[in-house]
Design a protein around this ligand. Structure first.
Ligand code: SAM
Length: 244
């Protein structure tokens, strides 16, 4: 899998932040060189992959429209078994840009985001750190943690989470209308991974798998329930005494 070869700081006021990220993710701080894939840190943080660039913001651009209507995410709420009175701890096993995780956190949940690509982890962390200083965003920052790991490392500890969430979707064989960000991810990551089946075999309480509306289920289990939208659906699997 492709990943960043370093972090380049373009705004010297942000050098300490860049150093911190370079240490945490064990990638070099670059000076003049620009390898094929790297992160540049300036007023905006950018993931470069050849001539392509990817930015991630939770408070600007297209994703902000989704955030501003987060209360209407009824499918996602049903999928996780949302309750107004209880906070669930969710394990997001395919973090990506952290968008679904961010919405779930806005909905009052606590999320541990697992993403095996370092470049994407940096983009999520930077998007969190650049959020405006507002009480509801500060709550999100406190309730969302990002870990750079293959999520399979957590297969033995899923019983500590109320919900296990898997979204392997962007590389689906069917032609879902793709955003530019999805196209970038497809080209940048290069390889497709889907830990759904391994998590299905684990000791989860509630497993949610996001799929394209018409895609075949990852797992054939006739006790599953699907919550369907216009282009995606959530397949929900339960174990033990949990209820849909
Ligand atoms: C479709 S994207 C997820 C998008 C995400 N739900 C969002 O809202 O931004 C899938 C991501 O899962 C990551 N991934 C796939 N398999 C993984 C694994 N076993 N462990 C950790 N991350 C994984 C890929 O690197 C990719 O970034």
């Amino acid at each position: 899998m492709a990943d960043i070869e370093g972090i380049k700081v373009l705004n010297l006021n942000l050098k300490e932040r860049a150093k911190e990220l370079s240490k945490k993710y064990n990638v070099p701080l670059l000076t003049s060189e620009s390898p094929e894939t790297f992160i540049s840190i300036d007023d905006r943080t950018i993931l470069h992959s050849g001539n392509n660039k990817l930015e991630n913001s939770f408070s600007e651009g297209k994703f902000y429209a989704r955030i501003s209507q987060y209360q209407s995410e009824s499918l996602l709420k049903k999928a996780i078994g949302w309750q107004s009175t209880a906070q669930k701890h969710i394990l997001d096993t395919t973090g990506g840009l952290g968008h679904d995780a961010f919405i779930l956190t806005m909905l009052g949940q606590k999320i541990t985001v697992l993403e095996k690509n370092k470049g994407l982890c940096v983009l999520i962390e930077e998007a969190l750190s650049n959020l405006p200083n507002l009480p509801y965003f500060n709550d999100v920052r406190n309730n969302m943690s990002v870990i750079n790991s293959d999520s399979r490392a957590f297969l033995q500890s899923v019983e500590n989470y109320d919900v296990v969430y898997v979204d392997p979707m962007f590389n689906s064989k069917k032609k879902l209308k793709r955003t530019k960000q999805m196209e970038f991810l497809d080209n940048y990551l290069g390889e497709y991974d889907d830990p759904s089946v391994e998590f299905y075999e684990s000791n989860f309480k509630r497993l949610v798998i996001k799929k394209e509306l018409k895609a075949a289920p990852s797992i054939k289990d006739y006790s599953a329930i699907s919550f369907k939208g216009s282009s995606v659906r959530y397949d929900v699997y339960l174990k033990g005494k949990n209820e849909f």
